[in-house]
Design a binder for this molecule. Sequence first.
Ligand SMILES: Nc1ncnc2c1ncn2[C@@H]1O[C@H](COP(=O)(O)OP(=O)(O)O)[C@@H](O)[C@H]1O
Ligand SMILES: [Mg+2]
Length: 253
Amino acid sequence: MKDNLVLRVNNLSKEFTNNNETNEVIKDLSLSVEENTFTCILGPSGCGKTTLLRCIAGFEDYAGEIFVDDVLCKEPGIDRIMVFQDFNQLFPWKTVIGNIKFALKKNGVTDASEQEKIAKEMLEKTHLSGFEDYYPHQLSGGMKQRVAIAKALALKPRIILMDEPFAALDAMTRTELQNEVLKIFEENNITFIFITHNIQEAIMLGDRIIVLGLGGEVLIDEENHIQKPVTPASNGYGDLWKKLHDSLYLAKR
Ligand SMILES: Nc1ncnc2c1ncn2[C@@H]1O[C@H](COP(=O)(O)OP(=O)(O)O)[C@@H](O)[C@H]1O
Ligand SMILES: [Mg+2]
């Protein structure tokens, strides 16, 4: 076994019961993730991607084991921070810097000058310097997502969990943010687990791409060696795209 694993999911199963009907969304899923890697998880709608991430984040009960480092995750913790798809992850009545300082305060950084220092550093990392005193409604969707990432980084998690964070953005903003996330990944020692249903996004971002099928099973788990920055003209892009595309459409049937 590799000794630099940050996440180990062992025999994870998750079912939901509604109106006496049980839906087993994830069945006996095992996977592990090495630290400082970027893993993209692709899968058709409803295959359990969000559910998997919510189990890792500690928002759901589950059967099996999920370890971050050697700690069993049964509750949310600041070692795993989730960045969501929607833009309502910021308090509208707090400024950009106020949102980050609040997250720090809630997580044990009580010294005001320390909060200010860390928040400014994170805003610099996410290229938001100069927007400290803006309110969320004064920012574009892409900027709000960057504040959410800055807030996550401020808490120095081991893993950042992203659930289709750019799905609601226009194509250009999306490409810009993908590049920024890659830069943040390269500049910080951090592990990303990034969910998407967009094949191009997975190839552009992931060092490793996992495709889940409709039963929550792993259909593909493979390293992506295409040199970054990836474009559709990159060597190997077409073959990988086709492989992922075919497995996704097979999964959908
Ligand atoms: N809280 C819940 N209660 C009942 N069923 C749920 C709940 N959350 C998710 N599900 C069901 O689990 C399945 C997987 O959902 P989800 O993880 O959101 O899929 P994905 O993110 O891959 O689109 C779906 O069939 C969904 O209806
Ligand atoms: Mg989802």
